[in-house]
Design a protein around this ligand. Structure first.
Ligand SMILES: Nc1ncnc2c1ncn2[C@@H]1O[C@H](COP(=O)(O)OP(=O)(O)OP(=O)(O)O)[C@@H](O)[C@H]1O
Ligand SMILES: O=P(O)(O)OC[C@H]1O[C@H](OP(=O)(O)OP(=O)(O)O)[C@H](O)[C@@H]1O
Length: 220
């Protein structure tokens, strides 16, 4: 029985390699240099499909992939239908933040009850955050380079991911609110978990043991 795992190129692929290795899975090619979207592995029964990060939950939801790895950000925006979230892999860690241009008095604008224009790739997360605070916002949906929006007058603020803070700094923005901690999760198609339990469980066990080792190393 063949197992299909959906992954995105870049940081998730890189950070997943040690997890795959622990499960005895080694990709036959590097998706950064190959144009192939289906990548074989050293195991005849396991293949990888390379998709956009935000498409991973969709492939798994419809069973086109049995397993996938996606950020908590992407999973919240997707909604999680048809998926089991099995494991926090503690990879691709970052924070979802509200950020504004240096010099913009965010607290004063909120206090005044101003209606804020907020640009984000994460409209659900952004909308819910401001709704909870009782702040009126117009959400402007973007697909990337959110940091540009306030610099050219498209928005007052952004909701985006922050890791080192380097991108905010380079664009003279400052983080003013922390919304969520983000990391990537292993998701499994609900039907596949039942039908392919014997093939999926060893992968889950191997991934969990790597995560536990990482946690122990952090504590120790
Ligand atoms: N700077 C960062 N540091 C750590 N993790 C990050 C960072 N930016 C994004 N992530 C996490 O990694 C995941 C994949 O990000 P990546 O940049 O590879 O894809 P993307 O360009 O956001 O997605 P798409 O191609 O669908 O637009 C994100 O969903 C998020 O969970
Ligand atoms: O705090 P930092 O370490 O600078 O990281 C933050 C940046 O990382 C993410 O972008 P990414 O690198 O994924 O680029 P993309 O959204 O254009 O793919 C995010 O959207 C920020 O722009």
């Amino acid at each position: 029985m063949k197992l299909t795992i959906a992954l995105s190129k870049g940081r998730i692929f890189e950070e997943t390699l040690p997890l795959l290795a622990a499960a005895g899975i080694v990709p036959a090619e590097d998706p950064e240099s190959s144009r192939k979207l289906i990548i074989g592995t050293n195991r005849d029964d396991v293949r990888l499909v390379i998709v956009r990060a935000s498409d991973v939950p969709t492939y798994v939801q419809y069973g086109a992939a049995d397993l996938g790895i996606a950020g908590r950000d992407v999973l919240i925006e997707h909604g999680g239908d048809g998926l089991y979230q099995m494991l926090d892999l503690n990879i691709a860690r970052c924070r979802m933040m509200v950020a504004v241009p240096e010099g913009f008095d965010y607290d004063a604008a909120v206090k005044k009850g101003a209606r804020l224009k907020v640009a984000s790739k994460y409209p659900l997360i952004a909308r819910e955050h401001f709704a909870k605070k009782g702040v009126h916002v117009d959400i402007i949906k973007l697909y990337g380079s959110m940091e540009l929006a306030p610099l050219v007058g498209l928005s007052d603020a952004i909701v985006d991911l922050v890791s080192t803070g380097g991108t905010l700094k380079a664009n003279r923005l400052v983080a003013v609110e922390h919304i969520l901690d983000i990391s990537s999760r292993l998701v499994v198609n609900q039907a596949a978990l039942k039908l392919k339990y014997g093939a999926i469980q060893p992968v889950l066990d191997a991934f969990s043991s790597v995560v536990r080792q990482g946690e122990a190393a952090c504590k120790g």
